[in-house]
Design a protein around this ligand. Structure first.
Ligand SMILES: [Zn+2]
Length: 572
């Protein structure tokens, strides 16, 4: 491709609208263009990368026997009403009506639709197992679209669905996909963690997330480098051992004028926040629930939801405090009248702690578990960095930020039961399918790859997804002899089937051409500069910055060799 003819609107300045480095670089290198919040056009360069990612995903899916189909993005409301998710999805779902006032949505996912297709087509166990997948746009009306295509409202996803006769079959299908996902992310050259994850709105019994470590990531994960433990925030556990053994002292009331936060109380009383116990009041089905957690920890509402078996609850509002006669900022468990009190497990180790006294401007010190009643002790908080790993008990927990690349779920019969999707088993009985679902954020992978592969000058594409394999820079396009030698070099590469971008523009300075080559991030640059007149070309490896001077013939061989290695899956 000749640069002068190629639609590649690059930008020199860092766009102010972009926070994440991947977002900045995608705009600057002309990969995408914003249409509206969280909605983007893939420009030719970005689309080349996207197609390469897609084809790696497709190859690995086909390899494990999954079959590609394409379902519509536009889906009727009825199937969502059957599964019960038409209401559960809330404001995130793009809903619309047709001319006859019938409800539709733009699919945020496709469990319902695929279940509908399979229940109408497969009746016998003889046709199972089956695994169907698609690469299709998904729509979620995110409250805060950010970081470009990382958290977009329209995004490309690969979603696969497996249907099995029984649980053993589901486990096998799941394992196959789990391994295929590892191969996909390895081929893309991504560094990632696999963590146990909560099943959330999708439902089901077991799930894993594949998370790429990245600063711009919005997922927090907890890992142990000693044993390889990894868990998402919803499930992560740790062992806190910093509580001192003390003898229980006598409970006392203390005056704490206007001190309502952990910081205020701990600095006023000159004790560490971990000596405090916070009492959070939730409203659950019109009953009050007190949740007690150590002062240095936050309530993990996913764990609370798992404990309660429901996610419909909320923190008590200011009005609520008044209505129930509670003193906001000074609530504590001693003498508190609520429906139920649950405490984080760490409280079992705590002695002589500080709590609110249920009285304005007053706290209680030297409080112990003897002083109030707890209905249940449950793990209700997030691990803290440096605590011991709950699996190996020796490693230290590290807290990392990451981007969710993929998510696999064992759904079981969550959808097949709700949607009456049954098959005839060998014993003649009707049974619901055992389902699994498996997603990869295909467009988001671009962001993750850039987050992990860039420097201050621009993108550094891993070979398998590089939009071009070689970038030829003709520094002095006005020199006729140089120009014709560069052109023939370019034509030979193209003829041999290599993907080459040839910057032969006459109206751009050499400095701008070099800067653009680094920004766009092609693995090899071939520079036709001053020395080319003496028969020497400069080859620059983008990732290492290494430069080699070679004759035209040697340079041609080197480029061929590098591309050959790159195509063979050589990542860096
Ligand atoms: Zn560990």
């Amino acid at each position: 491709m000749k640069r002068s003819e190629y639609f590649l609107p690059t930008i020199k300045e860092v766009p102010t609208e972009a926070e994440a480095i991947s977002h900045q670089l995608m705009l600057r290198a002309g990969l995408v263009k914003k249409v509206a919040a969280g909605i983007y056009t893939f420009l030719p360069l970005g689309l080349r990368v996207l197609k390469k990612i897609e084809s790696i995903v497709r190859e690995e899916m086909n390899q494990v026997g999954a079959q590609e189909l394409l379902m519509p993005a536009l889906q009727p409301a009825e199937i969502w009403q059957e599964s019960g998710r038409w209401y559960a999805y809330g404001a995130e779902m793009w809903r619309l009506k047709d001319r006859n006032e019938r409800d539709f949505c733009l699919g945020p996912t496709h469990e319902e639709l695929i279940t509908d297709i399979v229940r109408k087509s497969i009746r016998s166990y003889k046709d199972l197992p089956i695994n169907l997948y698609q690469i299709q746009f998904k729509y979620r009306d995110e409250p805060r679209p950010r970081f470009g295509i990382l958290r977009a409202r329209e995004f490309l996803m690969k979603d696969a669905y497996s249907f099995d006769r029984d649980e053993a079959g589901l486990k096998k299908s799941y394992q196959k996909m789990y391994e295929a996902y590892q191969r996909i992310f390895n081929r893309l050259g991504l560094r990632y963690f696999i963590v146990e994850a909560a099943t959330g709105l999708i439902g089901g019994s077991r799930s894993h997330e594949f998370i790429a470590e990245a600063q711009a990531g919005e997922d927090i994960i907890y890992t142990c480098s000693r044993c390889g433990y990894g868990a998402s925030a919803e499930l992560a556990t740790s062992i806190a051992d910093y509580y001192e053994k003390e003898t229980e002292k006598e409970l006392q009331e203390v005056f704490t004028p206007g001190m309502t936060t952990v910081e205020e109380v701990s600095s006023y009383l000159k004790v560490s926040p971990r000596k405090l116990v916070k009492t959070m009041i939730y409203k659950v089905d019109n009953e009050l629930l007190a949740v007690l957690v150590p002062g240095d920890r936050e309530v993990n509402e996913s764990k609370l939801a798992a404990y309660l078996g429901k996610d419909q609850f909320e923190l008590l509002s200011d009005d609520g405090f008044e209505r129930f006669g509670l003193v906001k900022g000074f609530v504590g468990p001693v003498g508190l009248e609520v429906g139920k009190t649950v405490a984080d497990v760490n409280l079992k180790q705590m002695k002589n702690f500080v709590v609110g006294a249920n009285k304005r401007d007053t706290h209680l010190v030297n409080v112990n578990l003897r002083d109030f009643k707890v209905d249940d002790f449950v793990d209700l908080t997030f691990p803290l960095e440096g605590e011991f790993c709950s699996r190996c008990e020796k490693g230290k927990i590290e807290v990392k930020k990451g981007i969710e690349l993929g998510h696999v779920f064992q759904l079981g019969t969550r959808y097949s039961e709700a949607m009456k999707a049954y098959f005839n088993d060998a014993d003649g009985r009707l049974k619901p399918y055992q389902m699994g679902c498996y997603g990869i954020g295909v467009s988001r992978l671009l962001s993750a790859i850039i987050e992990q592969n860039h420097d201050e000058k621009g993108i550094i594409w891993p070979w398998p997804v590089a939009p071009f394999e070689a970038h030829l820079v003709l520094v002095f396009p006005d020199r006729e002899e140089l120009r014709s030698r560069a052109e023939s070099f370019y034509r030979r590469l193209v003829k041999e089937g290599y993907e080459v971008l040839f910057d032969q523009r006459t109206d751009v300075s050499p400095g701008e051409k070099f800067a653009e080559a680094d920004l766009v991030g092609t693995p090899i640059q071939v520079i036709f500069g001053k020395k080319a007149l003496e028969g020497k070309l400069e080859i620059k490896i983008r990732r290492t910055g290494e430069r080699k001077e070679q004759s035209f013939a040697e340079a041609f061989e080197l480029v061929r060799e590098e591309i050959r290695k790159g195509r063979a899956g050589f990542v860096c």
